[in-house]
Design a protein around this ligand. Sequence first.
Ligand SMILES: Cc1ncc(COP(=O)(O)O)c(C=O)c1O
Length: 445
Amino acid sequence: MTPADDLAHQATAAPEHTDAFWMPFTANRQFKKTPRLLASAEGMYYRSTDGREILDGTGGLWCCNAGHARPRIVKAIQEQAATLDFAPTFQMGHPLPFVLAERLKAIAPDGLDHVFFTNSGSESVDTALKIALAYHRARGEGQRTRLIGREKGYHGVGFGGISVGGMVNNRKFFGAMLPGVDHLRHTLDIARNGFNRGLPKHGIELAEDLERLVQLHDASTIAAVIVEPISGSAGVVLPPEGYLKRLREICDKHGILLIFDEVITGFGRVGKACFGVTPDLITTAKGLTNGAVPMGAVFASGKIHDAFMHGPEGAIELFHGYTYSGHPLACAAALATLDTYQEEGLFEKAIELGGYWEDAIHALKGLPNVIDIRNYGLIGAVELAAREGAPGSRGYDAFNRAFHDQNLMVRCTGDVLALSPPLILQKEHIDRIFDRLAATIRATA
Ligand SMILES: Cc1ncc(COP(=O)(O)O)c(C=O)c1O
């Protein structure tokens, strides 16, 4: 076997040893007894190492909005690797991040004209939080150090992200985290909004929680509020109608920056970005490169960017960055991804297919243990009743059965089954996803 054959074999066969790889966010011992292993992917499907075709209901991990192994993206990465494998962007540069930033600016909400590159959602979040703090300092309001997140929020796993995040298991093991952080209440309210279609009707008043925190801490101490417009990791929590707009108004009133974490909602997942509300900073990753090369990006308004552009010209304006900020392979992948999204009209897909998707997911109402169904754009969630004394076990069983018995990949968080398929899907894929999910839910009763 040549080394290339050997690598190809190793990439597609079940590995002989599984001990050394400490898997992220995984029950390692349980997984390694019965692994779920993916060997290749194309379009809407993965192929498992045991040769089964698995329908991808989750775009990998909310990443592959254009589906898998898209030729234009593959070619761009291959060619870029052969042309310029790496170049630093600290006091040096190469053309692609400049080109990419301009392309991104053109599709960003108006006014978000500047782009800072990172390698992940977590890095984007920590970057945005740092920019917010340094922005206030640059304007002579350095006492604005407090960051406000939200219960159930997920903002990645950096210390900044877990501090403003609101998922207890992601926080409780890791000490005191950042000081001076507070949280808004979350917006999940099954009692009032259960089985609602689209954005919840009840809950706009939860935005007033920000006024409560302003009363408590004083606006002059608060730098920024960060929320996910739709949170995925906590089980698809949607913003009540009018909620994000109200948050924007309260932030404006008090000079507080508003950060939207769009790591999962960006790049076409919900059609139009940001629900018609323009934040000061947006964090992105995942769909930016279709998941093909790690990359994140923070979009900043001109107001924020320009506040840094003072002082001697030879001074570094922001002491922050990553060795791989604007990595050539990631830039090439992102540019090819944007071309693919544009050529195939994928940003319109969530709007075109949203109604069919909504009807299909809500048809699961009435199946055993289904206690709520939530949807928006091409996002869906089915919440199952927890087993007594074993929260999360029903959700995990359903997820595992879907993979092994129904050849369907979904995501489970607790007892919520979350769906975020590639945007290239057709109605027949939607039918297939929900037929298989219904069979799974029945089998998990
Ligand atoms: C809203 C949000 N922010 C941040 C992240 C972290 O992204 P990453 O895993 O790329 O660090 C995620 C990941 O799912 C996310 O959903």
